[in-house]
Write a protein of this length. Structure first.
Length: 95
């Protein structure tokens, strides 16, 4: 008996400040929300197609199995979410 698995498309929206250096060249730690979101999305991406909209994410290189789309504000989130969705597809949104 063959089971056909259907991968869901998941849209995850979270603070994804990856840290780094601020304008004064001082180290800025990665946000706690970012740590949780990255690990959760890694696990979700094993069985699903995960797309992440990252508030505070500025395009730093990452090696995770899902795209992270930078968003500066909630207007960016709405615009990017609309751009990702095709009329024939459904997304499950996780905040």
């Amino acid at each position: 008996m063959n089971k056909t698995s259907t991968r869901k498309k998941l849209l995850y929206i979270s603070d994804l400040n990856m840290g780094g250096a601020n304008s004064a060249d001082q180290a800025v730690p990665r946000s706690g929300y970012c740590n949780i979101a990255i690990e959760l999305c890694r696990r979700l991406s094993k069985d699903n197609d995960v797309y992440v909209l990252g508030l505070g994410y500025t395009g730093q290189e990452h090696f995770d199995p899902f795209p992270i789309i930078p968003c500066n504000n909630l207007q960016d989130v709405v615009a990017n979410a609309a751009a990702l969705k095709n009329p024939d597809e459904e997304f499950e949104v996780t905040l």
